[in-house]
Design a protein around this ligand. Structure first.
Ligand SMILES: Cc1ncc(COP(=O)(O)O)c(C=O)c1O
Length: 456
């Protein structure tokens, strides 16, 4: 008897899972020559889900995306999760949403200011600029590599409307202090949690304490979709604005492939359009198309089921480094964590002390040559990057005046000594779920070898 579609689907998923298990075994049996700073960990569930999504032939966001958005919001204890095609897009959506007419008089206007830091990832800052807002750069502290809380209030002006910061490599900034400042100055808070999925401040997840949280599912991150991201919020207006900006700027909020969710598709009046103009073609925000496909969501859904085990592995790996490197603190600064924070390590940050008899510039190539992957804390001091030298961007540094970024000079850069220190002295090594305890032992022993040679 001919097989049914369901039987074929089940067989294909089973075969895919078998293939993934074999592939995984083969990789485990291959000796690792290089310990990567980050990396994905995919298996049978992800491949089976990809096959499942392929057989649906739905292509755009569909049943897997619906399930992912629901499960992701549930996992974090937030009302709404909206997927998108990257963490950078999530940041762009979050910032854009705060400028939407949907927010009425609360919406941010061109020229309003947003508190940020210079030592971080560029696309935490660029959405501020892309929305015609002014980034206000505050310095970072060494050890947590998060914003210097005491420098925030002096930098706030009557135009300041929001705080938009990343939890650096999974180590959360002081949410009590940030929310207190935000409440007193009536500021929105966007938590860029792209590197901090699963981190907690007391019992609340990163991304759920401020007004909006953003996440990245690029392979280096805690869970992956290949490319992907998400925005979370409890605020229905912000949700509506995010969906609109994500989906071409449209007013309609039907899922792909569905119509008339609002039951008023041909009944209302919008702008100067004819009465009853099809709501599917009404546009109310200056939007983009930043949606995911259902394959991406299918992979993400399988990964979400593994998040807690990935977090355990990352914490265990960081603990091994904490223990093994503790004797090197005359030369190195190891990560500092706030009491209320349970980090979800993206990477393990190390700074070379200025008084050490070697530099980061000597140490990093040694680690790389000896099989230990390293990364910078992204842009270092972003004020020094060509992005600001080559473009006319209105910026403020600390409590200074608004100025054109092309006019920034050394005198401005050094107003952020923490960011400069991070650029010169700080790097990170991998603790991701694809790295084992043995990998951490190797990382520590290569670091010891280097320092032994330099201090003999
Ligand atoms: C803090 C932070 N925000 C945003 C992003 C952007 O994420 P994506 O690469 O998915 O665009 C990254 C990337 O790693 C990041 O580290």
């Amino acid at each position: 008897m001919a097989k049914t579609k369901e039987q074929i689907r089940a067989e294909m998923k089973k075969l895919a899972a078998e293939y993934a298990d074999l592939d995984r075994q083969e990789k485990l049996n291959t000796e690792k020559k290089y310990i990567p700073a980050s990396g994905k960990n995919l298996g049978a569930e992800e491949l089976a889900n990809m096959i499942d999504a392929s057989l649906d032939m739905w292509l755009t966001a569909g049943r897997f995306n619906n399930e992912f958005e629901k499960s992701f919001a549930n996992k974090l204890g937030e009302k709404y999760a909206m997927t998108c095609n990257s963490g950078s897009s999530a940041n762009l959506l979050a910032m854009s949403a705060l400028t939407s007419p949907i927010l009425g008089k609360d919406a941010l206007k061109k020229g309003d200011e947003v508190i940020s830091v210079a030592a971080g990832f560029p696309t935490t800052v660029t959405p501020i600029i892309q929305n015609g807002l002014v980034p206000v750069f505050v310095d970072s502290e060494i050890g947590t590599y998060n914003i210097k809380i005491e420098d925030i209030e002096p930098a706030i002006s009557p135009k300041t409307r929001a705080i938009f910061l990343a939890h650096t490599l999974g180590n959360m900034y002081d949410m009590d202090a940030i929310m207190d400042i935000a409440a007193r100055h009536n500021l929105f808070v966007i938590e860029d949690s792209c590197d901090a999925l699963g981190a907690k401040w007391n019992d609340k997840y990163a991304g759920t304490i401020g007004n909006i949280g953003t996440f990245s599912f690029y392979p280096a991150h805690h869970i992956t979709m290949g490319e992907g991201g998400a925005v979370i919020t409890n605020n229905p207006k912000i949700r509506k604005a995010v969906l609109s900006f994500r989906d071409w700027g449209r007013d309609c909020y039907c899922n792909p492939g569905t119509d008339n969710t609002c039951h008023k598709r041909f009944d209302l009046q919008y702008g100067a359009l004819p009465h009853g103009y099809d709501h599917k073609y009404v546009y109310s925000n200056i939007g983009y198309n930043l949606k995911v496909t259902d394959w991406q969501a299918a992979i993400g859904l399988a990964q979400l089921g593994k998040l807690d085990s990935f977090l355990d592995m990352r914490r265990k790996n960081a603990e091994v480094l904490n223990k093994n490197l503790a004797d090197l603190q005359d030369y190195l600064i190891l990560p500092k964590i706030a009491d209320k924070c349970t980090p979800s390590w993206f990477g393990y940050l190390i700074s070379v002390k200025p008084e050490a008899p070697f530099t980061k510039q000597e140490m990093v190539p040694y680690l790389e040559q000896n099989g230990i992957g390293t990364r910078n804390l992204f842009a270092g001091n972003i004020l020094r990057q060509p992005i600001l030298k080559n473009n006319d961007v209105a910026v403020r540094v600390g409590n200074g005046p608004v100025q054109n970024s092309r006019d920034l000079t050394e005198a401005d850069y050094v107003k952020l000594p923490g960011a400069d220190f991070i650029m010169h002295n700080t790097f990170w090594v991998g603790v991701a779920q694809n790295n084992t305890t043995q990998d951490m032992e190797k990382t520590s022993s290569v670091i010891h070898d280097f320092i032994n040679q330099k201090t003999r």
